[in-house]
Design a protein around this ligand. Structure first.
Ligand SMILES: *Cc1c(COP(=O)(O)O)cnc(C)c1O
Length: 365
C-alpha cells in the first residue's frame, strides 16, 4: 500500500492500546443483564452527585468554547495542593500529559526509562515519538527495581517515569526509597511521577512527590479525576511541575484540550470531599476483603495502594470469569498469563467475584 512510504515507521509498528470489553457487549453475547466490570479501575460509586448536578446546568452552554486556561479549576487546585497556579497543566486525562511530555522531550535517539510491567501508555507515547523505550523489570516483589532503573539511565535518557502506586500491580514505593532515587537523578532529564491512584494510598510512608517540585526542577507529578473522583468518561487529568517545565507543556497542548463539561464536573467533584472519602473507605474495605478471601482460596494477592488488586488466579481463569459475567483485566500481554488485575468494586460485586472464583476452583477439583 502506498501509505507504507508516508506513515512513519514508529507509528506503523505501534501496538494499539487494548481497552477492556464494554459491559453492554458482554451482556449481549451472554444473553444476561447483570455483568459486572472490575477491569478498568473505575470508581464503583460513580461520580459525585454534586458533579452530576453541575453537569446538568452546564449542558445549556456547550455552544461556548471551554475556558482554555481552566481558570476556576486551576485556582481551586492550586489552593488545595499549595502550588502556584502557573505550576498546573491540564489535559484530556492524565494520559494526555504523558503524551505532552513525550512530544516536548522525546524524539528519535532519545530514551525513556520506566518499570515494567507498568502503565501500558508509557511505551505507546515513547514509541509514538520515535524514541526508545527502556523498560526495567520489576523486582521479585513486583515493586519498581530502583537500583536497576538508576543503572539503566544513560547519556540518552531524557525522561524517567515512576508509576506510584504501580498499575497493574498495585505495589508502591515508600518515601525512603523514592527520595533516595530522586536525589540520585541527573538534572538534565524529566522525572514523571504518575500518581493516578494517589488518593487511595494506604501506607503511612507514601512519598511526598510534590515536595520535590521546588527541590528538583524538571519533575512532573500526574494526577487524575478518572479514578477516585469517578469522572473517567469525561477525561480530565493534570500535571504539577516547576514553572519552567509547566510552561513548556502549556506550549505543547491544544488550547481547548479539556472540554467545558469536564472542567465543570472536576471542579464540583473536588469540592465533594464526602464522596471522595466514601470512595476511599469503600476501596480500603474492599482491598482488605479481597486479600483475605482470595488468600483463603489459595490465590496469591499483592499488597495494594490503589483501587485494584493483582491476583494470581491461574491461566485461562479470566476467560472463565468472563463467561460468568465478570470482567477482569487479563495480564497475558504483560507476560503474566496466570495473573489478573481486579478493580475493587462495591461489596456485593467483590462478594460475587469471590463466590464465582470459589465455585470455579471447586469445579476444577
Ligand atoms: C488511569 C491511569 C492514568 C490516567 O488516566 P486518565 O483517565 O487518562 O486520567 C495514568 N496513569 C495510570 C498509571 C493510570 O492507571
Amino acid at each position: 500500500m502506498g501509505l507504507d512510504r508516508v506513515v512513519k515507521p514508529h507509528i506503523r509498528s505501534l501496538e494499539p492500546y487494548q481497552p477492556g470489553k464494554p459491559i453492554e457487549e458482554l451482556e449481549r453475547e451472554l444473553g444476561i443483564d447483570d455483568v459486572i466490570k472490575l477491569a478498568s479501575n473505575e470508581s464503583p460509586l460513580g461520580p459525585s452527585p454534586k458533579a452530576v448536578t453541575a453537569l446538568r446546568s452546564a449542558l445549556e452552554s456547550v455552544h461556548r468554547y471551554p475556558d482554555g486556561a481552566s481558570f476556576a479549576l486551576r485556582r481551586a487546585l492550586s489552593q488545595r495542593l499549595g502550588v502556584d497556579e502557573a505550576q498546573l497543566v491540564f489535559g484530556c486525562g492524565a494520559d494526555e500529559l504523558l503524551e505532552l511530555v513525550a512530544k516536548t522531550c522525546l524524539g528519535p535517539g532519545d530514551e525513556a526509562v520506566y518499570a515494567w510491567p507498568s502503565f501500558a501508555m508509557y511505551p505507546i507515547v515513547v514509541r509514538g515519538m520515535g524514541a526508545t523505550p527502556i523498560p526495567v523489570p520489576l523486582d521479585s516483589d513486583l515493586v519498581h527495581d530502583l537500583d536497576a532503573m538508576r543503572a539503566a539511565i544513560g547519556e540518552r535518557t531524557r525522561v524517567v517515569m515512576l508509576c506510584n502506586p504501580n498499575n497493574p500491580t498495585g505495589t508502591s514505593l515508600g518515601a525512603e526509597a523514592f527520595d533516595a532515587f530522586v536525589a540520585s537523578l541527573p538534572e538534565d532529564l524529566v522525572l514523571v511521577v504518575d500518581e493516578a491512584y494517589f488518593e487511595y494510598r494506604r501506607r503511612d510512608d507514601f512519598p511526598d512527590a510534590l515536595a520535590w517540585l521546588s527541590r528538583r526542577p524538571g519533575t512532573l507529578v500526574l494526577r487524575t479525576f478518572s479514578k477516585i473522583y469517578g469522572l473517567a468518561g469525561l477525561r480530565v487529568g493534570y500535571g504539577v511541575a516547576d514553572r519552567e517545565l509547566a510552561s513548556y507543556l502549556q506550549r505543547a497542548r491544544h488550547p481547548f484540550n479539556v472540554n467545558r463539561l469536564a472542567e465543570v464536573a472536576a471542579l464540583a467533584a473536588l469540592d465533594d470531599e464526602d464522596h471522595a472519602r466514601r470512595s476511599r473507605e469503600v476501596n480500603a474495605a474492599g482491598a482488605t476483603y479481597l486479600a483475605r478471601e482470595l488468600g483463603e482460596l489459595g490465590i496469591d494477592v499483592w499488597p495494594t495502594d490503589a483501587n485494584f488488586v493483582l491476583a494470581r488466579i491461574g491461566e485461562g481463569q479470566s476467560e472463565r470469569l468472563l463467561s460468568e459475567g465478570i470482567i477482569v483485566r487479563p495480564l497475558a500481554g504483560f507476560g503474566m498469563p496466570d495473573h489478573v488485575r481486579i478493580s475493587i468494586g462495591l461489596p456485593e460485586e467483590n462478594e460475587r467475584l469471590v463466590k464465582t472464583l470459589r465455585r470455579l476452583r471447586e469445579a476444577r477439583g
